[in-house]
Ligand binder design. Structure first.
Ligand code: CP
Ligand code: NVA
Length: 325
């Protein structure tokens, strides 16, 4: 039986050789590598919950470049490094020379002389790729306009904890399909054998290349990827319902238009009645109640958004451990 068809414990999966690698998109990892990272995250979470020290990255330093705001990503990486025995340095682009025009390549080369790994949150995905090309230490994508892979690792961990499996489930994503969360969810679902239906209006469909790659990956795991304009069709019988803000960071000038264009894709009680009775609701946060989701849903009994936020910590610690230990 393939690893995606059943949930394997860590000892049945071969430890992948991830040391020194970058973590830029989920599409770049194999199914087994992602499943192993999730198992590692479960173990680290259990150690932390039991209060057992786990200083696997003693003395290691993570440099974190932020060109956009963050609450969860910043705090979870910082706390995660501390719990692993290492240290994290917050580098706002407002303060470092990158923000005054120093090149990405020089920044990568200089920081590589000081830190053991870099995390970056920025606008264009190409900037992360460029940083990784010039860095001699692993680079982690902390969100770009196209991808948010560390968030989706936390999402997969949350789904696994709630449903006991990933393969064979149906995920539904409603709203702005042309955003980082939709893309990384699609890539992640395809890798772990989960079906995903994305419903978005015209002009908000996921990136064509990312979709094609996910469809190809999905063929290997049995994951069906559906892109539709019809939210009812997408949410029907879903095990997992997900949405994200309608106006991502950097797109603020389009807010009014987006509110108008996306209004039929709000996750609300009426639509959620079409999902499975025991569906769970995920949102990477921050959320706008009354826009992409009603308060009734995000604050209701199906919502696991705060467990999901907590799981950023555990999932990222697993990634850091595997890239750096
Ligand atoms: N979900 C997420 O990435 O949150 P922050 O923007 O607060 O980091
Ligand atoms: N799509 C959102 C995610 C925030 C964590 C954004 O890019 O702003």
């Amino acid at each position: 039986m393939s690893n995606v068809l059943k949930w394997n414990a860590k000892d049945t999966l071969k430890k992948p050789q991830l040391k020194g690698k970058d973590f830029l998109t989920l599409g770049e990892f194999t199914t087994d590598e992602l499943l192993y990272m999730l198992e590692e995250a479960k173990e680290l979470k259990s150690l932390q919950k039991q209060g057992k020290p786990h200083p696997y990255l003693s003395g290691k330093v993570l440099g974190m470049i932020f060109e956009k705001s963050s609450t969860r990503t910043r705090v979870s990486f910082e706390v995660g490094m501390l719990q692993l025995g290492g240290h994290a340095i917050f580098l706002s682009s407002r303060d470092i020379q990158l923000g005054r025009g120093e090149s990405i390549s020089d920044t990568a080369k200089v920081l590589s002389r000081y830190v053991d790994s870099m995390m970056i949150r920025t606008f264009s995905h190409e900037s992360v790729v460029e940083l990784a090309e010039h860095a001699t230490v692993p680079v982690i994508n902390g969100l770009t306009d196209l991808h948010h892979p560390t968030q989706v690792m936390a999402d997969l961990l949350t789904i696994l904890e709630n449903k006991g499996k990933l393969a064979g489930l149906k995920m539904c994503y409603l709203g702005d399909g042309n955003n980082n969360m939709a893309h990384s969810l699609m890539e992640g679902a395809a890798k772990v054998g989960m079906d995903i239906s994305i419903a978005s209006p015209a002009g908000y469909l996921p990136d064509g290349k990312i979709t094609e790659k996910a469809i190809a990956d999905g063929k290997l795991t049995g994951s069906k990827i559906v892109i539709t304009h019809n939210p009812q069709e997408a949410i029907k019988d879903a095990d997992v319902v997900v949405t994200d803000v309608w106006t991502s960071m950097g797109k603020e000038a389009e807010t009014e238009k987006r509110l108008q264009d996306l209004k039929d894709y709000q996750v609300n009680q009426e639509l959620c009645q079409l999902a499975k009775e025991d569906y769970i609701f995920l949102h990477c946060l921050p959320a706008h109640r009354g826009e992409e989701v009603t308060a009734e849903i995000i604050d209701g009994p199906h919502s696991v958004v705060f467990d999901e936020a907590e799981n950023r910590l555990h999932a990222q610690k697993a990634i850091l451990k595997l890239l750096l230990e």
